[in-house]
Design a protein around this ligand. Sequence first.
Ligand SMILES: NC(=O)C1=CN([C@@H]2O[C@H](COP(=O)(O)OP(=O)(O)OC[C@H]3O[C@@H](n4cnc5c(N)ncnc54)[C@H](OP(=O)(O)O)[C@@H]3O)[C@@H](O)[C@H]2O)[C@@H](O)CC1
Ligand SMILES: Nc1ncnc2c1ncn2[C@@H]1O[C@H](COP(=O)(O)OP(=O)(O)O)[C@@H](O)[C@H]1O
Ligand SMILES: [K+]
Length: 513
Amino acid sequence: MIILSAAQTRELDQATIDEQHLPSAALMERAATAFTRWFFGRLTQEEAGEILVLCGPGNNGGDGLAIAHLLHQGNYAVRVGLLPAGKYSADWQHNRRHLPTAVPVVEITEGQLPDILPGTAVIDALFGTGLTRPLTGLAVTLVAHLAQAKARVIAVDIPSGLFADAPQPLGSAVVRAQHTVSFGLPKLAFLLPQNADFVGEWHLEDIGLSTRFIEGAATYWHYTDAAAVAQTLPARPKFSHKGTFGHALLLAGSRGKMGAALLAAGACLRSGVGLLTAQIPSLGYGIFQISQPEAMCLPDPQTDFISELPDLKPYQAVGIGPGLSQNAASLAVFQQLLKEAVASKTRPKGLPLIIDADALNLLGQHRELLPLLPENTVLTPHPKEFERLTEPARDDYHRLELLRDFARTHRCLVVLKGAYTCLATPTGDLHFNSTGNPGMATGGSGDVLTGVLLALRAHAQLPAFEAVRLGVYAHGLAGDLAAAETGQAGLVAGDLVRHIGPALATLTARPAF
Ligand SMILES: NC(=O)C1=CN([C@@H]2O[C@H](COP(=O)(O)OP(=O)(O)OC[C@H]3O[C@@H](n4cnc5c(N)ncnc54)[C@H](OP(=O)(O)O)[C@@H]3O)[C@@H](O)[C@H]2O)[C@@H](O)CC1
Ligand SMILES: Nc1ncnc2c1ncn2[C@@H]1O[C@H](COP(=O)(O)OP(=O)(O)O)[C@@H](O)[C@H]1O
Ligand SMILES: [K+]
């Protein structure tokens, strides 16, 4: 799926109307029907009580009027509050004329704000994607009134006051919704932590928008849904052997952080790698061999940290970082790795690398190493690690700009981890992941991701971008499968390792027949 700007969303609506020869109010009717279908599925008449629909002057308000009409037809008790304006959109006027007179309508003024008892279901149809500037005047008073009323708020398309694709000035009035029911495509604003309190839980409803426009639209924002990664992992051929799926090298662990190495190794093995070798500090030798008997192990001469880089010839991909520590010897190993991973006659694309955790921190302290990264190197920072590689971001939108610039400048794949993990590519595309849950906010989840990505980068048939997008999606899906079993609070990173196999199985290609 793609994500469009607010301007492109307007063009998409118009393209749909033109292409499908729709009377303009028909698309609004579809939107209102889709919203109401969601609402009916969520709340019965009794549960909803008397619903208040707040309508602005544009097409979002037009949606609100059509929704009020449909709720009334569905025998829900409904009243409408209108935000007065100098002009109203044509479809707003159409729906205003057709609203049954049995639905009470009040025009809101500063002196006459609607009564909202705690728990009232309020449908926010004040402003949608057509918002061109922060709210002012009566709209601000109304948003504040709604906030202190402790209502149950459901936003139509987007919470009013929130820009779909850009930050609003600090302190701007924005409706805080518990649910947002949006049409067609996700909005960028939904995916950023700074907007979580406004958007609540969001839901997407299909309203038959022009697929031709969507397919041709120029955007660098993408949303990785199941369709994007379906059948991406090649099926294992009948006569395959362990050499077919690559030999991966993992450099991980230090005193007190051997768990990170074990989790990454377990995840790599469960993600289909042919062979795995791990270089670990020698204090971890026994525990590693016992808990990961399927992996080979190179104990480092040092007990507490890694100080030597093995010969890289046998390996198709190298992962470095989980639990590594940041001492001088480990830095030397990392520097050596980067020097040896560059493109050569035998490896024209360079050695695929996955850089995580302390290896990222070392890179942040030694930015002079950045030009050494082979093309398509995978970096997996969380926001703090990303800041150490770049600079503090002003807000989530600025962080995306920094991310995009970084991936383009260093021609690498950057996985900025979070609730909607964002994969930035050397071409400047941003792919937001759709799987995963807050149960994964637990130590070691990121180490598991490194192991998954290591296995998929060692896979000869998976191009770099496809491997990383698949790995990120599968990692989140493993989290969702695990949480269904353990609950979110009960989830630990080891559960992700147990579920990565089943997650990848759902994403494996089926032979054509
Ligand atoms: N197009 C379609 O067919 C479909 C559209 N759909 C629905 O329409 C929504 C988009 O509708 P929209 O484009 O009319 O914009 P909307 O968000 O209602 O507000 C714009 C109005 O507000 C005004 N205004 C703006 N900023 C303001 C401010 N700060 N303070 C005060 N006023 C402000 C602006 O006036 P102006 O900027 O010209 O002064 C204009 O009058 C979309 O989210 C979806 O819900 C669906 O039904 C599917 C079919
Ligand atoms: N709220 C959340 N929703 C979805 N995924 C999450 C959430 N919180 C964390 N994750 C995922 O869990 C992983 C955490 O990684 P990281 O912060 O590196 O953890 P650690 O260093 O403990 O291994 C990332 O892949 C991230 O996307
Ligand atoms: K709205």
